[in-house]
Design a binder for this molecule. Structure first.
Ligand SMILES: [Zn+2]
Length: 380
């Protein structure tokens, strides 16, 4: 059974195509074009995009949960959190785990490995910790932060059974550069983050194989004219993808706009969402810590420390276009082709083209989500 999408305006990293059509067969886009759509058999389904935008499904490299649920918890919690984000256009997710004892992280990695086996929209897991700087810990429990020991790194890689895709570490920790070697060798993408690293150490980390700057500007040294720090090291390095939380609170929209101009084609808009995303204000756990959410801002209870976001990727898209003056094609790329490439999945995800996964979002003229397809299936 194939589906013909027609009458839309396509927007992806290749650019804009008006009067766009595409044919989806199962989980894959098989044909695309513009103008007169091909005659389809009477059994085929037709979706009239009706002059709206059609864009690839969003890919979130970094999120902790949503809809009242966390990726650190049970398989049912994970499914519920994913469903919340899917309704906001996120069709593929890397599931981020906060710092916890190694044994608990291994158990969480095993849960995600099982889920990823059965659900192709789960791209794998991201260990955000425990190998982080205590000074830049943000909302990670300092009791669980530590320097990487080689056998622990091996155990974590093993527990993921191939599904550990990303690991964020602070390269100044003893053994961290050696850990980068081991992780890269195992096919894990390494992010530099929650770190006190300077320009030189960050540059060295990228030369060792690290390829992501984890939520740029947050939980790291800023840009100083005599101490350029990790952000400039990432701007200068064409190999590196720069994560950005564009919720209007983690990074000022004008700084976000500067990042897009400073590293064209290398900004990945992530959510870093915690359980309150797509849910209501109130009290939530984040790992073992308590978080209060008021007016959508999540902070560690009783402090001013931001503790993840309540962002969804459709909101990040609108913030980029409306508040950070990012061109819509660049903004869409930051949600699709850029994160796909960061994971080495640029031949299957992130574009509306033949051979690509049938992940698509229809957006109205105000960039509000109308309908979503994930892996060929309609959502909701
Ligand atoms: Zn973080």
């Amino acid at each position: 059974m194939s589906t013909l999408f027609h009458g839309g305006r396509k927007l992806d990293s290749d650019g804009q195509v008006d009067d766009f059509w595409m044919i989806v067969d199962g989980d894959t886009i098989t044909e695309t074009g513009s103008g007169q759509a091909p005659d389809m058999a009477a059994t085929s389904e037709r979706v009239n995009v009706d002059g709206n935008w059609i864009v690839p499904g969003f890919i979130d490299l970094h999120g902790h949960g949503g809809g009242g649920h966390s990726y650190d918890d049970s398989a049912d919690d994970i499914r519920a959190a994913l469903a919340t984000h899917r309704a906001h256009g996120t069709t593929r997710s890397v599931l981020s785990l906060v710092a916890n004892p190694i044994a608990q992280l291994r158990a969480s990695l095993a849960v995600i490995a099982d889920l990823a086996d059965e659900d192709p929209t789960i791209l794998g897991s991201h260990l955000e910790g425990p190998f982080l700087s205590e000074d830049k810990r943000g909302a990670h429990n300092p009791a669980y932060l530590k320097a990487p020991l080689p056998f622990e790194v091996e155990e974590l890689i093993g527990a993921g059974r191939g599904s550990l895709k990303l690991l964020t570490l602070a390269p100044e920790l003893p053994g961290a550069l050696e850990a980068i070697d081991v992780l890269v060798e195992a096919g894990v993408v390494v992010g530099v983050g929650h770190t006190d690293a300077d320009f030189d150490l960050t540059h060295e980390s990228f030369n060792r194989g690290a390829r992501i700057l984890t939520h740029a500007f947050n939980a790291m040294n800023g840009i100083h004219h005599r101490a350029p720090g990790p952000i400039i090291a990432a701007f200068e390095d064409e190999r590196v993808t720069i994560e950005l939380i564009l919720d209007g609170q983690h990074v000022h929209p004008d700084v976000a706009g500067m990042a897009f101009r400073g590293a064209p084609g290398r900004i990945a808009l992530i959510t870093d969402a915690m359980a309150a995303a797509g849910s209501s204000d109130g009290d939530y756990p984040l790992g073992t810590l308590n978080v209060t959410v008021r007016d959508g801002l999540a902070v560690l209870r009783g402090t001013q420390t931001i503790a993840g976001s309540t962002l969804t990727q459709d909101v990040a898209l609108r913030n980029a276009v409306e508040h950070a003056s990012v061109h819509p094609i660049e903004a869409i790329a930051a949600l699709t082709a850029v994160p796909a490439r960061a994971l080495g999945l640029e031949h299957r995800l992130g574009r509306l083209a033949p051979g690509y996964a049938a992940d698509a979002v229809i957006l109205d003229k105000g960039l509000q989500v109308q309908r979503v397809w994930a892996n060929g299936s309609p959502v909701g």
